[in-house]
Design a binder for this molecule. Structure first.
Ligand code: SF4
Length: 381
């Protein structure tokens, strides 16, 4: 008969076998969500080292103001600046989509490209690093990144770089996304410079995660697009980084807001925030995924939880500390756990030091821009 209350996997059973504990129980105890997360994090860490990108493992990595990644060109400047400063993200990473994308590339598209190239006496290099500098009116700008598979000749000289992207479906796909064209343009320039050749054409391949069908687009180098759009975007973004002012909330493509992980911070979310600085947690906002909070504290070890986040994540309190409540009307501040509150962010606690009559005085955490003393932040414009 089944045990109506089976022990929770990962509970009390030891995870090393001995005469008392069967191997199966130990295995069950090791195949838990927490252990999987730990294993996955370690694997990603090792992969960044294998791929020559160990800096992705550094807590709080921030690019130099003149450095640009081909995969981030033409993004909303505000979104990119939040990302540059490791602002706390409001959505979890779509890790499953990333993983599926790299598997589809490795196990489906790469073999297809290899076979196609081999039929014509060519080869495929999995990826090639580009790292080059271009003089612009904002000074020299650096472009550094890694291509997708590149079809090469017998001397390993690039013939046709590809950019592989996955989508849920290929429905209504009539032209390549401009950010994908931008990325490919940056690789065409970098590969041309690196190999002393004139590479003018690339290939974008879209794969449907649903059907595994593909759609391909030839991309020819467009000088005006490169000079007037891409280099201009990069120069402007470098200026935003140097001026340390929050760029306007004006993405070229409005759909970008839908997928942006800083909607609340920016002012496009459902709550009453707008134009928040590039660092600091939004007071009263508890929607941050736990792993994003942890990433934020790794980037900013002096940061603390807001009082409302302390109620939502009490297990993080000992490691990171908590800012005091501040009154919206008087100068009073109170430690986070000295105030009775049920954690309902739509009804913040009242200030016990303000008069009962008159203005409604509520307690909240400090504004995002006031949280890090001498912090690395951009002011709102
Ligand atoms: S919500 Fe839209 S405008 Fe705001 S940072 Fe994100 S992409 Fe840019």
């Amino acid at each position: 008969m089944d045990n109506p209350n089976p022990p929770r996997i990962g509970g009390e059973i030891p995870d090393s076998p001995d005469s008392e504990v069967p191997l199966a129980d130990c295995l069950l105890n090791r195949t838990t969500p927490d252990r999987f997360d730990e294993w996955h994090d370690e694997r990603e860490y090792a992969k960044n080292i294998e791929n020559g990108t160990p800096y992705f493992n550094e807590a709080g990595y921030q690019p130099d103001s003149e450095r640009h990644s081909p995969s981030k060109l033409l993004r909303c400047h505000r979104r990119q600046l939040y990302s540059d400063h490791n602002a706390p993200e409001e959505e979890p990473d779509p890790s499953g989509i990333f993983w599926t994308g790299s598997k589809l590339e490795e196990e489906l598209l790469l073999p297809f490209l290899k076979d196609t190239a081999a039929d014509l006496g060519a080869y495929v290099q999995n990826s090639i690093w580009v790292d080059y500098s271009i003089d612009t009116h904002a000074g020299p700008l650096q472009f550094k990144g890694s291509t997708d598979p590149v079809i090469v000749d017998a001397e390993a000289t690039p013939i046709l770089p590809t950019e592989i992207k996955t989508r849920a479906t290929l429905d209504n796909l009539t032209s390549p996304n401009r950010t994908h064209r931008a990325q490919l343009h940056a690789y065409l320039v970098g590969l041309s410079e690196e190999y002393g050749i004139e590479l003018r054409t690339g290939l974008i391949v879209y794969v449907s995660r649903e059907s595994l069908d593909i759609q391909t687009f030839r991309v020819d180098f467009d000088e005006a697009f490169w000079e007037d759009v891409l280099l201009e975007w990069a120069a402007t973004h470098t200026q935003h980084r140097l001026e340390e002012e929050l760029p306007p909330a004006t993405p070229e493509d409005e759909w970008e807001c839908e997928y942006c992980s800083y909607r609340e911070r920016c002012g496009e979310g459902d709550r009453n925030y707008s134009d928040a600085t590039t660092t600091g947690l939004l007071p009263g906002y508890t929607g941050y995924p736990r792993e994003k909070l942890v990433a934020y504290f790794r980037a900013y070890p002096d940061a603390r939880l807001t009082p409302s986040l302390a109620f939502a994540h009490p297990d993080l309190v000992d490691d990171h500390g908590v800012y005091d409540w501040e009154c919206s009307e008087c100068d009073a501040s109170r430690s986070w756990n000295s105030v009775e509150w049920d954690g309902n962010v739509t009804q913040p606690p009242r200030c016990p030091d303000c008069p009962k009559e008159g203005a409604i005085a509520v307690l909240r955490g400090p504004a995002a821009g006031d949280q890090l003393q001498g912090g690395d932040e951009c002011e709102t414009a």
